[in-house]
Write a protein that binds this ligand. Sequence first.
Ligand SMILES: [Cu+2]
Length: 334
Amino acid sequence: MFFSKFLRIGSPGVTLLLAAVIAPLLLSGMSTNSLFLNGNTNAYAQAGQEARPIYFININPGASAEGTQHYSIGNTAVPAGTTVVWVNNDEGVRHTVTSGTPGSNTGLFDSGEMPFNAQFPLTFTSASGLIGEFSYYCTLHPFMVATISSNEAVERGQSFEFRSGTGPTLDVAKNNRTLLAFNPIGMSVDQPDVMHYNFSITRNSDNQTLYAEEFDVENSAFWIELIQVSQSEAQAAGVNIPLRFGPDVGVDYTGAWHAAGDFFSQPGDYTLGVELMTIGSNPPPQPMRDEFTMSVVSGATTATNATTAGNATTAGNATNMTTDGGGEVLEGVF
Ligand SMILES: [Cu+2]
């Protein structure tokens, strides 16, 4: 069975799963450790504070078994300022999110032991020393390892500021995914109305539009994670692409949207189009549209690190997840 975040959320049970798992996690406040969220839904968006995007990484059910998929996303890349929330979905088993690698704790962050349902939020800023690439692991199950990286690069357009978890270049040999942020320039983050966005991906080499979808967000900024999935990977996993899912949080503050597809099969430049279509039921005071370029490479320098297993190819830096050949999809795929 495949139990990636992508599949679970993309499957027909998506709404139920989000409602049954994520919302209660945010609302129930089951955690007892002060490091964890206390269930206050305004934890990230208190009055006077800048609302921060929320991006979830689940600790998968069965994560304590060696050779299974442990953290739902093994090679996350987020723009600076993102709040990432790890959630322990492994009933009855404690886990940690600890910076470093087994035997080499770097001391940058440590969730402590997280009981079932506990959440560990971490905001990736330069002030917290969290710009760059970081390995992390579970102190209780040292085979549970993953990486997360953050990037401070900002590109300013006419109407939006654009940031990507991998910066202006996406090396698909290293990261099969990157979280993008589009912030409307000069617009308060506390918008009372739903913002309706159009987003597209166009391949510059042949001007082919590979993806175009509309998204609602309950905050001014638009956050979307692009996930490169080849047709064969999708077929093997039994899903149709492109596939979107999210947002990670749908109430009060912004959660990331996700779009998975065979977007970046060819190296080269891609144009990301973003337009704020409406605010509530009205168009914005002036047209708000930008195009940003993202360069896709397939890192020759990291190719030797790539690992494969079964039908899945990833994404390899040395600490990335690999499987034991038991048929689990690699972390990095979805
Ligand atoms: Cu663990």
